[in-house]
Every structure is written in structure tokens, then in C-alpha cells.
Design a protein around this ligand. Structure first.
Ligand SMILES: Nc1nc2c(c(=O)[nH]1)N[C@H]1C(S)=C(S)[C@@H](COP(=O)(O)O)O[C@H]1N2
Ligand SMILES: [Mo]
Length: 391
């Protein structure tokens, strides 16, 4: 050896398995490693809710967060068919007209990506780098899943329904259609009631949200709401596909089976008050009375308490929480008064639900970066005057 490191020593692992270059395994970022261009590319495709849009009960078109693992597939509603197969007495093939002929149900549902909060974790799981904004609320219209399963006649030995989307890709070396399953009890439940939805806020589904058909599973994290839904298969043993058994598990060690990611943990978010600095997004407010407000939700149990802190978590005060008004699976408005005094402040809010869960003030870490409902912190400068005089 002449002391130089040959190129093959760096590429040895990869040349042994050429697909490692094509589709890398899951990993954690090194302590000093920043967000990569690959993650920026994902973030540019999969946008979040601008937090000021928390002001709307229903998220306006285009402001609802989006998460697409592969590509948005080409889909023509005029020729689309949904099949129901497997452990059923009567296999079904339904076009959009047939689906629309069933009695329709509309539900207001807050959806949140299980990876929301991932980019704030340390060590940071390398993936879609959400901060806190992967959430939105829409009114979804469609056919209850149990209506379709009744029509097909589920055989007594069926234990799960598997949902297949029309999108196709490779993830961590596994080529696949996007697929997820639900236990039969959840698939046929009445509260929450799972929908096979064809409308979002009264209009046909837009391409990025699953045109022409998607599953909506109220209370569950986003991965369960399979978009571009083309096939429902009743199976007699639990589904072990990639998005079920490999991804979307709470794991601290890579080798452990982990717990499945299911329902949404409680979270409250605040509309950042005042106005932002362009680069840092640090907020500026004027001294005096400021209304702190936002939305809160939980997919596990009704909310019982919202608290705000204006001193970086040292003390907490109850906020006023609006009633659910019949929308049990949607976020609720909260507000609290604050008197801003000159200087720097850190604002936070946290939600508690009837299952006794409160948002943590230390990170709930797992390898996939799922369910990180660590409290939001908003840095605010209260300035007597502007930084520059406009007059
Ligand atoms: N077919 C399919 N369904 C999918 C996905 C996908 O990539 N393909 N992404 C899932 C994830 S991880 C989330 S968070 C939600 C996002 O739904 P939205 O883009 O309508 O907000 O869709 C889910 N359904
Ligand atoms: Mo997600």
C-alpha cells in the first residue's frame, strides 16, 4: 500500500449491492449533518400548511399539507375502477358512477402526517423533513367503507382489509405499490367511520390528494388514508407489506419489530403572532394586547385542556377551547390573551386529551421520527418601534 486510499474502499459496500445506490436504507443524520438536497427535494414536493392558515376552520384548497411517497399517478375519473376482492362472497368492480350511487356521507377530518415534527428530532431521521406544519382539515365526501364491505359480503375468516393505491415506486430497496391495511373492526367501525372519498371540500379530489378516490380514516395519522385507491382486498391473515411492517413502526432499535403507528397523538399549534423576519421567521409584535390563537386536535380522545406559556415553558395558563360542534375528528379553535412587553419571548402551547396524554416538553424519539408531538416554540421579539422608520 502506498498510503493512498483506493476508490474501491469507499465504494466497496455499494458495488457489493448496486441497488444501495438506487435506494438507500433508512438512516439517522450524523450530529453535525445538515438537511441534504435530497431532503430539500422531498420538502419542495411535499409542502406543509402555512401556519397562518390555522385561522380557517376548513383548510382552503392548496394550503392543506401534501405527502406523496412516489409520483402522483395519471388517473382518469371516467375510466377509474375500484375492485373489492379476496375473502368476500361477491367480488365488486365499481366505477365512479356506481360509487356515487351509494348514499353519501360528509365528514370534517383533521389529517396529520405521522412524520410531522421529524426534522426537530436529534438524532434526526433522514426523510421528509417536517417541522410542525404537516396538517390540514377538510370535509371529505364519499361512501362509508362498511357499506361497500356489506355489499361484497365479508367472509367470516377475514381479519383485515388491504388498500392498494395506483402509485408505484421503490423504498429502501423494495419495489411496491403503496399499500396499507386496517383491522376489520376499524374498517367497519361506525365511530370513526372510514370513508371511500371522492370529494374534498365539495369538489372532486385534486390530483395530489388522491384523484379520483381515497380512503379517509378519521383520527389516524396520514399514512392510513390511502390515495388513488384502486383495490380493496379482504385477507385472512394480517398484511405484512412494506408500509405496514417495515415503515410506520415506533422503534428505538433498527432490529426490533416496534409498535404500529395508528392514531394521532394530541397536538396544539399557534398561529405565529405579529409579522415575520424573512429568513429566520422570528416574529415581531408591538407592546400591548396580543391574542394568541390556533387549533388543537387528537385522534385518540376528546381534548380536555389547552395551555399556553409565554415564558418558554416555565409557567402555563389555560386557554379557551371552542366546542367540537359535532366535528369529533376535526381540530378545534383555542385562544388566550397576552400582554406583550418589550424584549424577547418564547411562546408555546400544549394540548391534553381525555386519554390522559399531554404533549411532551422533551422529544419523544424513535428511529422513524413518527408522532413527535413535542410542544411548538415560537420566538417573538416585542419592539416598541419598527426597525426602520417608514415615514
Ligand atoms: N397511494 C398513496 N396514498 C398515500 C400516500 C402515498 O404516498 N400514496 N401518502 C400517505 C401519507 S404518508 C400521508 S401523510 C397522506 C397525505 O395525504 P394528503 O397529501 O392528502 O395530505 O396520504 C397518505 N396516502
Ligand atoms: Mo405521512
Amino acid at each position: 500500500m502506498d498510503g493512498r486510499v483506493s476508490a474501491s474502499e469507499f465504494t466497496a459496500d455499494r458495488s457489493a449491492d448496486p441497488s444501495a445506490d438506487l435506494s438507500a436504507p433508512a438512516r439517522l443524520a450524523a450530529p453535525t449533518e445538515g438537511i441534504s438536497l435530497e431532503e430539500v427535494a422531498l420538502a419542495a414536493r411535499n409542502h406543509g400548511l402555512p401556519l397562518e392558515a390555522l385561522r380557517y376552520d376548513l383548510t382552503p384548497p392548496g394550503l392543506h399539507y401534501v405527502l406523496v411517497h412516489y409520483d402522483i399517478p395519471a388517473a382518469d375519473p371516467r375510466t377509474w375502477e375500484l375492485t373489492v376482492r379476496g375473502r368476500v362472497r361477491t367480488p365488486l368492480t365499481l366505477d365512479m358512477a356506481a360509487l356515487r350511487s351509494f348514499p353519501a356521507v360528509t365528514q370534517r377530518v383533521t389529517m396529520e402526517c405521522a412524520g410531522n415534527g421529524r426534522a426537530r428530532l436529534a438524532p434526526r431521521p433522514v426523510s421528509q423533513p417536517w417541522l410542525v406544519e404537516a396538517v390540514g382539515t377538510a370535509e371529505w365526501t364519499g361512501v362509508p367503507l362498511r357499506t361497500l364491505l356489506d355489499r361484497a359480503g365479508v367472509e367470516p375468516d377475514a381479519v383485515e382489509a388491504v388498500f392498494t393505491g395506483a402509485d408505484h415506486g421503490i423504498e429502501r430497496g423494495v419495489e411496491q405499490d403503496y399499500q396499507r391495511s386496517l383491522p376489520l373492526a376499524d374498517a367497519t367501525g361506525t365511530d370513526p367511520e372510514v370513508l371511500v372519498a371522492y370529494e374534498m371540500n365539495g369538489a372532486p379530489l385534486p390530483p395530489q390528494h388522491g384523484c379520483p378516490l381515497r380512503l379517509v380514516v378519521p383520527g389516524w395519522y396520514g399514512m392510513a388514508h390511502v390515495k388513488w385507491l384502486r383495490k380493496i382486498t379482504l385477507v385472512d391473515s394480517p398484511f405484512t407489506g412494506f408500509q405496514q411492517e417495515v415503515a410506520y413502526r415506533y422503534r428505538r432499535e433498527a432490529e426490533e419489530p416496534g409498535e404500529p403507528v395508528t392514531r394521532i397523538a394530541p397536538r396544539a399549534l399557534m398561529i405565529p403572532p405579529g409579522f415575520p423576519d424573512f429568513m429566520s421567521r422570528t416574529r415581531v409584535v408591538r407592546p400591548g394586547s396580543v391574542r394568541l390563537e390556533g387549533r388543537a386536535w387528537s385522534g385518540r380522545a376528546p381534548l380536555t385542556k389547552i395551555e399556553v406559556s409565554t415564558d418558554d415553558g416555565h409557567s402555563w395558563h389555560d386557554a379557551a377551547l371552542a366546542p367540537p360542534e359535532g366535528h369529533d375528528w376535526a381540530w378545534r379553535y383555542w385562544q388566550a390573551p397576552w400582554t406583550a412587553t418589550p424584549g424577547r419571548h418564547v411562546l408555546s402551547v400544549r394540548a391534553t386529551d381525555a386519554s390522559g396524554h399531554t404533549q411532551p416538553v422533551t422529544q419523544p424519539w424513535n428511529r422513524g421520527g413518527f408522532g413527535n408531538n413535542l410542544v411548538q416554540r415560537i420566538s417573538v421579539w416585542c419592539l416598541q418601534d419598527g426597525l426602520r422608520d417608514d415615514d
